[in-house]
Write a protein that binds this ligand. Structure first.
Ligand code: 13P
Ligand code: SF4
Length: 366
């Protein structure tokens, strides 16, 4: 059931007032509850997560959880994946249903189906093109991929997924994030000349028939508004000051930023890489601010210095919507036997989406 948080009862609470009540609700629900927290969650919520991770790790966690209630501190597509991969009698909950992903919204079923139809005027897409959706997308797009022999990827398995995709068909339509698609394909040896950008506002994506025939990667014109803030100049300026610094970026960052980075990978990869680094090392990190601040705090005791890549503050404002007040509200409702903010994917769509997610899980590294 979707219902608004009652104004006053919860929204008027301070964070400090929420904390003991969240603990009490967690204790009351015991093993019936699991809280999953994405690395971009603010600290005030993240500290209550039973498990944290990147999108792939949390998908696996949701698939393996036995808890009756899976409360997802993350964004909408993550809670949808939890619902799709969990058992029918489990309930996936997103504390604030307005916590979406602006990148996910850049592709929708209508414009992806239109792209597929338009491609069929040039080639037979069901024979020639594997549709690959980044997990940052709505469930109906995962279902589209399930129907058309396609697959889902995350930032930590994108190259394995592309290898699989090219073993099926000779081209890939990759949506919604052009940067993850381009950065991954380039690392696998596909030159930029064999990649085109599909502008979903233009007929035939703004491309000629010849461009489509020549392309291996057809990249949707989507991006993450947080990661697109990072620029190669930020790296150059930092390196001028600290030549020994290491640069690490999320693959949603622009191509030039990833090319100037020493390491590129998912949020989990970024954490593990810095955790394994030498004491005294210095890091410039191109990913969301809440995670970078956490890394800074976590590793300063080991003498590691962690810096945020952009001079301006860029946070994921939708991740930030999950606050202690919303978390408390959904938990106390569960204690009272009342489910609020359940995320439920309709069964037919969930079945098709599960096919593309299952293909992803099969080809993913352990
Ligand atoms: P990860 O899977 O790397 O955690 O990324 C999720 C995301 O939304 C990054 O913007
Ligand atoms: Fe979406 Fe970007 Fe936020 Fe990730 S950081 S959830 S891609 S808007």
């Amino acid at each position: 059931m979707s219902e608004p948080i009652p104004v006053g009862d919860y929204t008027g609470l301070s964070e400090a007032e929420c904390y003991p009540r969240i603990e009490a609700a967690k204790a009351a629900l015991g093993e019936r509850l699991v809280i999953l927290g994405h690395h971009y969650q603010r600290e005030e919520v993240f500290k209550f997560a039973d498990f944290s991770g990147d999108s792939l790790k949390l998908s696996r966690q949701a698939a393996n959880s036995k808890a009756e209630y899976i409360v997802f501190c993350g964004v909408h597509f993550m809670a949808e994946v939890a619902d799709i991969l969990s058992r029918d009698d489990q309930v996936a909950i997103l504390p604030d249903l307005a916590a979406g992903c602006s990148m996910a919204d850049m592709a929708n079923l209508a414009n992806v189906e239109r792209a597929w139809r338009e491609l069929s005027g040039v080639l037979d897409p069901d024979q020639r093109v594997t549709p690959v959706t980044y997990i940052n997308s709505a469930a109906d797009l995962k279902a589209f991929c399930g129907r058309h022999g396609g697959i889902v990827c995350t930032s930590s398995n994108a190259s394995r997924v592309l290898e699989w995709s090219f073993s099926q068909r000779d081209k890939v339509l990759f949506f919604p994030d052009q940067h993850l698609g381009r950065n991954t394909a380039f690392t696998m040896g596909i030159p930029l000349e064999e990649m085109v950008v599909w502008d979903f506002d233009q007929p035939l994506g703004g491309l000629t028939r010849e461009q489509i025939e020549k392309a291996k990667m057809i990249l949707w014109k989507g991006f993450c508004s947080v990661h697109q803030m990072f620029q190669p100049e930020h790296i150059e300026r930092f390196k001028a000051k600290f030549p020994e610094a290491k640069i690490i970026s999320h693959p949603e960052s622009p191509f030039e930023v990833c090319q100037h980075s020493d390491y590129v990978g998912s949020t989990e990869y970024i954490i593990n890489t810095i955790a394994a680094a030498e004491p005294g090392s210095r890091w410039l990190v191109g990913t969301e601010l809440n995670l970078v601040n956490r890394l800074h705090e976590q590793f300063k005791g080991e003498g590691k210095s962690v810096h945020f890549m952009s001079p301006t503050v860029c946070m994921c404002s939708t991740m930030f919507r999950i606050d202690p007040q919303h978390l408390l509200w959904v938990l106390e409702n569960l204690v009272a036997g009342h489910v609020v903010n359940q995320v439920r994917v309709v069964p037919a769509e969930a079945d098709e989406a599960r096919r593309s997610l299952a293909r992803m899980l099969e080809v993913s590294p352990p």
